[in-house]
Design a protein around this ligand. Sequence first.
Ligand code: FAD
Length: 386
Amino acid sequence: MYQSYTEEQLQIRDLVRDFTRREITPVAAEWDEKNQHPTELVNKMRRELGINGLTIPEEYGGMGYGSVEQCLVTEEMSRGCLGISLCFGYTGLGMLPILKGATKDQAKKWLEPVISGDMGISFCLSEPGAGSDVPGMSTRAEKKGDKYIINGTKQWITGAGDAGAYTVFAYTDKGRGTRGVSCFYVPRNAPGLTVGKKEDKLGIRASGTHQVIFEDCEVPAENLIGKENLGFIYALHTLNASRPYVASMGVGVAQAALDYATRYAREREQFGQKIATFQAVQHILADMSILVEASRELTYKAARMSDANDSNLAKYSAIAKAFSSEAAVKCATDAVQVYGGYGYTKEYPVEKLMRDSKILTIFEGTTQIQKNEIAAYAIKEAAQKK
Ligand SMILES: Cc1cc2nc3c(=O)[nH]c(=O)nc-3n(C[C@H](O)[C@H](O)[C@H](O)COP(=O)(O)OP(=O)(O)OC[C@H]3O[C@@H](n4cnc5c(N)ncnc54)[C@H](O)[C@@H]3O)c2cc1C
């Protein structure tokens, strides 16, 4: 389908595109090298961009935009630097369980500091022994009087070092399996909560990834998001809604790879001619262009389905995420190829794209997990056609 955007959507995209060109792209390599969360830059993004509450409904004080606008923002920022984009954007995932499950009063209270730009919220689902196998998690929350006591360890938590609060999934009734999972809003200063050491990662090095440890961590009973034992449903709704965002990160990274590769191919000379004149190089650029366009179509299709609450969102967000993330890895790797030996050094930006892109095929469900879901749909649909 031909993609068209409203004037307002294009204005949001251009605002972020301009900010990214001025403030993010020029410092991307520096923060990758420093391996640090760029606190001042993130504060500037929260203060100046005016999009902290982009997807938060107006009734909670937000701007009331949807997934398409969020994807446009994420695509543009990721085009500049996927790591820095995540430093700003991790709350987009962390607050989704609140948007999906919380009462109006809870949502208003907890999202107010997000809208004001005072803090971020991290999403705590994965554990050391339970990544793809979410039901295999072991964190528990036990109700004692007017409190819940949480025990367990969450692994790979994006933004955990910066966040002011966490949305945490824990078993409240392990015997009921996925129907015994609940979700909690846990402020960073809750007694018994510790943020572990920062992981030393291959890519997205500006974005901090930490363990979050809960040892007899106490939260008031009213910090239960929505209803007890509905946490797994909130998690599924969260991931279905957030996968188009990850897909849009892939579009941004793939587009950046294409931008750099085409520019370089037009400058670099070998055998007395620009390498852009060699058909072998042209075909690499053509393959990259195809992947960028196809990723963008699938991503914004899923985003529009998310905004329309389409019942097939799970299938199409998995397709968009699987395709776009793998396409980003391929495009980034191809960009290194077009740069030749120079692409393999830190003097040029494409090796970072290659390192950064790989996470897209892993977090928020690996490519294999997306394919499990897509195949289940394909098989079910075939059975229904008989
Ligand atoms: C940098 C980073 C940031 C992250 N941020 C967050 C975050 O903010 N919050 C959060 O909760 N989590 C986060 N994660 C966790 C991420 O979602 C998990 O790493 C991911 O779901 C995979 O889990 P795992 O690492 O335990 O791998 P495993 O589940 O152990 O998988 C290992 C391999 O086995 C394959 N595999 C496993 N099960 C199946 C199956 N049934 N069928 C086919 N193949 C299978 C996988 O595809 C993979 O190739 C982050 C991870 C990283 C690395």
